[in-house]
Design a protein. Structure first.
Length: 505
């Protein structure tokens, strides 16, 4: 979601040098790959052959980040028009897909939470709970749980940027009041930082709006296969997955990082003071909570009807036609512009200037990825790729394909944007599954969820880069903890999809 709210990505000099070299190579390699693919005698008709050349360059530019991700996403369909792969109306139609408006509406709701400090109020209220007290383990778990929960509805980057200074303050106070050895403090500080970024990234998988790859996958699946994944059905997979992964994080970090740690009263006092400084709940915060609650109700109402055995009733069908998820999100967002904060001054909950700060680049990235996926299937390129890759996986069943594409997405997301990973892997997963005569739903969902993983390096995600800048996270610790979370995520994604997926699709 909103990938830049107050976030600053900080890399070491070596990583900065690597990123510069990677982008430079991408600027030269992209056109070279395009030219080679264009002149190569591929066994394809003209349109898919030209699209293959365009797609090859787009993939190189995405992986190397030689151009801004959104620019590359728009470049693909624009070149498809110039190269006469498809007419402009067909190539650009995905930029008006209904899920685009689900993106925009949910982004505006998240921006309102950020503008009015509702996210900080939730965080400090949880940390000030008497149950948390001065226990290092309880502070760590509660802190991570807050990030995971908020990230279900807000950007993982924004969530990390909001929690990061709180965690740093707690660690700073520990240096004065901790009971334990310096080594114990270092372990705890590392865990506080990593559970900030890992928890925020994991939490985004719970809901369709939690992280862009979810909506990218949902959109590609619907446009290519015609199957709609509603809010409730996604959560039936996403919530159990997040519960499993957060439980893994909580057990892993508390067992390795909280021995010998007892937080002093000073740290607990800081949290209480910050909560007191926020004052009582404001009118604007109440308005945001109201708009958000109405939106969630609209999103989940079809699922409630299904639980009551009315999923195929005329009411349910009429509701899905009249209030799809994108419309529900926009209705909730529009409420923010009419709910007053100060009626006499005609001041409302959100101004357009505030709403316009959402990350429009992610919207373009989604539209471009959806456009390339559409073109790949309409020209026959996806079918050719699927048939070619099927030869490498003879007789592969749905579970094996799900495992393969989940693993590919996780590996790719270690060095590439998770949105780009979803854009690249999900269409291939659908194509290969279709060519293998396998239902593409679970492999595509595995690729979608796998794209949200990737925890081993500062460059893997913006949240990782933020916490790495604290100086409390040795690169070896990030690799070690991130590797085991990747492994746990792979097993959990494949397992949850294999067990729950057939019940839903």
């Amino acid at each position: 979601m909103h990938e830049a709210i107050g976030a600053v990505e900080t890399y070491s000099p070596a990583e900065e040098a690597f990123n510069r070299r990677r982008r430079t190579w991408g600027l030269f390699l992209g056109p070279v790959v395009f030219a080679l693919a264009w002149v190569s005698p591929l066994p394809l008709d003209t349109a898919p052959h030209r699209l293959a050349a365009i797609l090859a360059m787009v993939v190189v530019l995405w992986i190397t980040e030689a151009l801004p991700m959104a620019v590359t996403a728009v470049l693909g369909p624009v070149l498809a028009i110039v190269c006469q792969v498809a007419p402009a109306r067909a190539a650009l139609a995905p930029f008006a897909d209904p899920i685009i408006f689900l993106f925009i509406g949910s982004f505006i709701l998240a921006e309102a939470m950020f503008v009015h400090g509702l996210d900080r109020r939730i965080a400090f209220t949880a940390l000030a709970s008497p149950w948390v007290g001065t226990s290092g383990a309880r502070i760590l778990v509660t802190y991570g749980l807050v990030g995971t929960t908020i990230s279900m509805w807000m950007s993982n980057t924004a969530t990390t940027a909001m929690l990061f200074p709180i965690g740093v303050s707690i660690v700073a106070q520990l240096r004065r009041g901790v009971s334990g050895q310096d080594e114990a403090l270092r372990r705890f500080a590392t865990a506080m930082m990593l559970i900030t970024s890992f928890g925020a990234s994991v939490g985004g998988m719970a809901t369709p709006v939690g992280t862009p790859p979810n909506l990218i996958g949902i959109g590609l699946i619907e446009r290519i296969t015609g199957t709609h994944i509603g809010f409730f059905r996604w959560m039936a997979i996403g919530v159990p997955l997040v519960v499993i992964l957060f439980a893994f994080l909580a057990v892993y970090f508390t067992r390795t990082s909280t021995r010998g740690i007892e937080v002093g009263e000073a740290s607990a006092r800081i949290v209480r003071e910050e909560l007191a400084r926020l004052g009582p709940v404001t009118r604007a915060q109440r308005n945001v909570m109201l708009a958000f609650a109405i939106t969630v109700l609209l999103w989940t109402f079809p699922g409630v009807l299904a639980l009551l055995g009315q999923g195929d009733s005329p009411l349910a069908r009429s509701y899905m036609t009249s209030v799809p998820e994108g419309v529900a999100a926009m209705l909730g967002a529009m409420l923010l512009f009419v709910l007053p904060v100060h009626w006499n001054a005609r001041r409302f909950t959100l101004t357009w200037e505030e709403a316009a700060r959402i990350d429009w680049g992610i919207v373009l990235l989604y539209g471009g990825g959806l456009a390339m996926g559409d073109l790949a299937f309409s020209t026959g390129l996806a079918r050719a790729i699927g048939e070619g890759m099927t030869a490498w996986l003879p007789g592969a069943g749905v579970v094996l394909l799900t495992a393969v594409f989940t693993g590919v997405a996780i590996l790719l997301s270690e060095t590439t944007s998770n949105t780009a990973s979803a854009n690249m892997v999900v269409p291939v997963a659908i194509a290969v599954a279709t060519a293998s005569k396998v239902d593409p739903m679970l492999p595509a969902l595995g690729a979608t969820l796998g794209a949200s993983m990737g925890f081993m390096m500062p460059i893997s995600t913006a949240p990782n880069a933020i916490v790495y800048s604290s100086g409390h996270v040795p690169i070896g610790a990030m690799i070690r903890y991130g590797f085991w979370l990747d492994v746990a995520g792979f097993v959990a994604i494949v397992g949850v999809l294999a067990l729950i997926g057939p019940l839903l699709f």
